[in-house]
Design a protein around this ligand. Structure first.
Ligand code: PLP
Ligand code: COI
Length: 362
């Protein structure tokens, strides 16, 4: 088993995108469409463990139509960003946390654990070779490590062969146009995860299962869907692809606790630490949707925001339900949300001191 000390086998790229074309493409990249020149692949087999660490041209994968991932969805992924700081350095934000979560997702999906150091080396290697793909200004390079079960076998059991891949995409804001607030549909029909299920793992199946609810949200003119818990349909959990925070009149914050049904967001964890460092009270406690309605009516709830690697901090202006809209605060981005966003982005961009040691220089 090769654990990275020997580095990656490099396959030369015959035709990387010419500079003018790339520069034009990443000027206004949107989200998740502008893919960089290279990719990393590492293979796992039961007899050899992780081997064939390769970095080369990004291109189609060749898979057996019987590959287990295509039938039983044994797939996990991560998302993290590489930034160019104001002084021109290139950094990753807390990649050790993504490595840990990837290993936990692998465990939940009965997949082999990729050693944390190999995960980190793989994202470092891709960031480094495709550094020209990091947009200037507010953009970043979104790294997407993922693992699929490649063994051709239709029996239902953990596969004996896997492929780990990292691709990268130049990105701007997740919500088109970088809108200042988002609107969120509260799903009455669908839930995202149940106790004992895969809600805490970052597996493709969770997102496939959220798409119908997301389609309803879109049809209702909303940007995202908010899921309530599956047991009582009472407690706020998270959005389809981001965690949620609420901000109260007394300056305190609340966010649903980690308990197996929501994704333990790295942005969530970072914001809890930053807010506490500022002296704010942050409660990681269940919050009922009925309570939200009461707190909006009484004026106690002032702000709400979604957070995640892709979403950064996206203030929520309005929730919509079948009973009609619920406007949060005055419907605009709240002060606390924006101040936390400035601080987080400032750290990521090297403009605010990194007192927690979160930046990982490349
Ligand atoms: N919740 C879900 C369902 C997500 O897909 C994401 C995005 O990764 C998050 C929360 C936020 O996690 P993070 O802050 O680690 O990106
Ligand atoms: C991320 O924020 O990294 C995600 O995976 C969420 C998805 C909506 C892009």
């Amino acid at each position: 088993t090769n654990h990275g000390s020997q580095g990656f086998r490099k396959v030369a790229h015959p035709s990387p995108m010419p500079d003018p074309e790339r520069i034009e493409l990443i000027r206004n990249p949107g989200f998740g469409r502008a893919f960089s020149d290279h990719m990393v692949t590492i293979t796992w087999t039961a007899d050899r463990g992780w081997h064939e660490m390769t970095i080369g041209p990004r291109g189609p994968l060749s898979l057996s139509p019987a590959a287990a991932v295509l039938h039983y969805a044994q797939e996990i992924f991560e998302g993290l960003k590489a930034y160019r700081t104001s002084s021109g350095e290139i950094t990753l934000f807390r990649p050790d946390m993504n490595a840990r979560r990837f290993a936990l997702s692998a465990e939940r999906l009965a997949m082999p654990a990729l050693p944390d150091n190999l995960f980190i080396e793989s994202v470092e290697a891709l960031t480094s070779i495709d550094r020209a793909w990091i947009p200037d200004g507010e953009g970043s390079l979104y790294l997407r490590p993922f693992m699929i079960a490649t063994e051709p076998f239709l029996g239902v059991r953990p596969a004996a062969e896997y492929l780990y891949v990292v691709i990268a995409s130049a990105v701007g804001p997740y919500f088109s146009g970088g809108k200042s607030t988002i609107t969120v549909w509260v799903s009455e029909d669908y839930t995202r995860a149940a106790k004992g299920g895969t809600g805490a793992a970052k597996c493709g199946g969770n997102y496939a299962a959220s798409l119908t609810a997301q389609a309803v949200a879109s049809a209702e003119g909303c940007d995202q869907v908010l899921f309530l818990d599956s047991a009582e349909h009472r407690w706020i959990e998270e959005l389809g692809g981001m965690n949620i925070f609420l901000v109260f009149e007394d300056g305190s914050l609340q966010t649903p606790p980690i308990g197996g049904t929501i994704l333990p967001g790295i942005t969530r964890d970072s914001l809890i630490r930053l807010a506490r460092e500022e002296g704010r009270v942050v409660r990681e406690e269940p919050y009922a949707f009925d309570q939200l309605k009461a707190d909006v009516a009484s004026g106690r709830l002032r702000e709400a925001f979604a957070c995640g690697t892709a979403a950064v901090i996206s203030p929520i202006g309005k929730l919509k339900t079948t009973d009609g809209p619920i406007v949060i605060g005055d419907g605009n981005a709240g002060e606390v949300s924006l101040a936390l966003k400035r601080k987080l982005v400032g750290i990521q961009r090297g403009d605010v001191p990194d007192s927690f040691g979160w930046l990982h220089k490349i």
